[in-house]
Design a protein around this ligand. Structure first.
Ligand SMILES: [Zn+2]
Length: 584
């Protein structure tokens, strides 16, 4: 079975994550990874919080805390939210570990030695009142290309062009409104033009990507420029070169190090597992595959910057050897909220924690899987959330489990024996058994909507079977037993088909069918010591070795069944108004 790295985008630790974030990277990657494990693949799923860069620095200043304190706070919040959502990371870590710093520096040094990081003198902005560097994105002014007043120093949101802050007309600081001063500063630039041919050749071999993602990635090659990989900032990873490493105001660009997190987290996972080289199976074996999950605002970094770093490293590799480039960049589109862009400042937002507290993880996982922004921009509305929950999750799936288990409990007290299957029995069982191939094929190709649609159709067909066979008015006890045996088998199959999407309720369905013990392994939070003597921090990890198989498994007659309690909660229609009232 193939070896697969599930590389999940790193949430930025400057605040709690909202459902727009987890609809892009979180739930899709977890459904994919859980399916692969059930199907017998060798999966390593890694991520962590991204904690460097200007926004954390600026927010820490605003709150009067150190950047480390701010990152610590939101790292913990994010860890708790993602674990609460059931995201089954082998390791969810962070970028402020000593391990990550060392791995990022090894990549920088090797890419520099290979000649792909070239020094250049540029003009950088400083704030005249504080003397501190003013990063591009904190400068605003008139776009020199389209004349839009409100362009940022790094790009114009009106015409979409990449800009240099010094070219803005009437530049001003977004922090305090003052006019920045430009001074000479030296930085290292990743030589993307020198890597463009190799990037292009690699992209040409990528088949099966979502068309939007591949098109976007190929378009990036039309206009490649060297890109600064160091910054004038005092928060981040020191630049590992003589004359630079002791300069407190020069750091690696946050995106240079954040994408290295996939590698550093794999290495950290291996070190924690007791076999420090175990990560190589996912990174150095050319047969191993890797899937990177993210929202579309991150495609540039995963389809261009990260592969460029890897190609530059592989040109004459350092201690890690030749490293695999991504098999696929799996990007979703944007989720909006009631027709508007998510905005924490304008309260157009719903945080993961609030959804977990009010509705539980599986209601949200279901919605994202069935109605998320998989291949097109999608609007989240509370009316649709409630409708999907009530009409699909509760009415189709919850109802099937409930009525099957109730009738078995009431009539037999245990899963009954089947005798003399009819053509209808054979047919519905065969369809259910075959669904594993169809749903599995969709999941293997990250088509969550088609996969969950197929799985839910299987549950709907089981409901249809029960309605047609009407065991509640069947006078013949033997026939009634057979129908309910078949129904129990259909519930068991559907539960496996839905388990990657609904891992929490899968446990309860397993128990409703008389199952004992843990059905699916779940992630847990562990307070872990830094491996290299830094401060300890919470990680998400888990032992996912004991998996139910991705196949129909025969139910066992005689298994005791108790009257069930409902698996899913129906939401009152008032939920819609309550939630809309909470929005700004
Ligand atoms: Zn413009």
């Amino acid at each position: 079975m193939a070896t697969i790295l599930s590389a999940v985008a790193w949430p930025y630790a400057n605040g709690p994550r909202h459902i727009g974030h987890v609809s892009g990277f979180g739930v899709p990657s977890d459904v994919f990874s859980r399916y692969l494990r059930m199907a017998g693949y060798d999966v390593l799923m890694v991520s962590g919080t991204d904690e460097h860069g200007t926004p954390i620095l600026v927010q820490a200043e605003r709150e009067g805390v150190s950047p480390r304190e701010l990152a610590d706070r939101y790292n913990r919040v994010i860890v708790e939210d993602l674990q609460g959502l059931g995201l089954s990371y082998d390791l969810f870590t962070r970028t402020t570990t000593r391990n990550h710093h060392a791995v990022a520096q090894e990549l920088f040094k090797t890419v520099h030695r290979n000649g792909y990081l070239v020094p250049k003198t540029t003009m950088g902005a400083i704030s005249p009142s504080t003397g501190r560097t003013l990063p591009d994105r904190y400068i605003e002014g008139i776009c020199p290309i389209c004349g839009y007043d409100g362009a940022r120093g790094d790009q114009c949101d009106n015409c979409g062009n990449q800009l240099d802050a010094i070219d803005l007309r009437n530049p001003r600081s977004r922090i305090n409104g003052e006019t920045p001063v430009f001074v000479e500063t030296e930085h290292f630039f990743l030589d993307l033009p020198a890597l463009a041919d190799a990037l292009g050749s690699w992209l040409q071999t990528r088949t099966g990507w979502r068309p939007n993602v591949l098109k976007f990635a190929l378009n990036l090659l039309d206009d490649v420029k060297p890109r600064a990989m160091t910054r004038d900032i005092d928060w981040g990873i020191p630049v590992p070169l003589p004359g630079w490493d002791d300069n407190p105001n020069k750091r690696l660009y946050v995106w240079f190090d954040a994408v290295i997190g996939y590698l550093s987290a794999s290495i950290e996972w291996a070190r924690r597992s007791g076999d420090p080289d175990a990560w190589r199976k996912w990174w150095c074996d050319p047969e191993a595959q890797s899937y990177y999950f993210m929202g579309k605002d991150n495609i540039t970094f995963h389809a261009q910057i990260w592969p460029a770093e890897l190609l530059a490293y592989n040109a004459s590799p350092g201690e890690y050897g030749v490293l695999n480039l991504p098999t696929e960049v799996v990007s979703s589109e944007f989720l909006t909220m009631e027709g508007r862009k998510f905005s924490s400042s304008r309260s157009v937002v719903i945080y993961v924690r609030d959804v977990l507290e009010r509705y539980g993880p599986d209601a949200l996982r279901y919605f994202i899987s069935v109605a998320g922004p998989e291949t097109q921009d999608t609007d989240f509305t509370w009316a649709e959330f409630v409708r999907r929950n009530n009409d699909e999750l509760v009415s189709t799936w919850g109802n099937l489990v409930n009525r099957t288990a109730s009738m078995i409990a009431k009539n037999f007290g245990a899963i009954p024996q089947a005798s003399n299957l009819t053509a209808a029995d054979h047919e519905v069982l065969a369809v259910s058994k075959k669904a594993f191939d169809a749903v599995g094929d969709h999941l293997r190709h990250q088509r969550l909507k088609l996969a969950i649609g197929e799985a839910m159709r299987n549950a709907a067909e089981a409901n249809q079977y029960l309605s047609e066979q009407a065991p509640w008015k069947e006078p013949d006890q033997e026939r009634k037993a057979t129908i309910l045996h078949v129904a129990a088998q259909l519930v068991s199959d559907s539960n496996r088909l839905l388990a990657p999407f609904l891992p929490h309720s899968a446990q309860r369905v397993h128990e409703a069918l008389g199952g004992t013990g843990q059905f699916l392994p779940q992630p847990e939070i562990v307070d872990a010591a830094d491996l290299d003597g830094g401060p300890s921090y919470p990680i998400i990890t888990g032992d996912y070795s004991a998996q139910p198989r991705w196949a129909s498994e025969s139910v066992v007659p005689g298994t005791p069944i108790k009257p069930p309690t409902p698996i899913f909660a129906k939401l009152a229609p008032e939920v819609v108004d309550e939630e809309l009232a909470r929005l700004g």
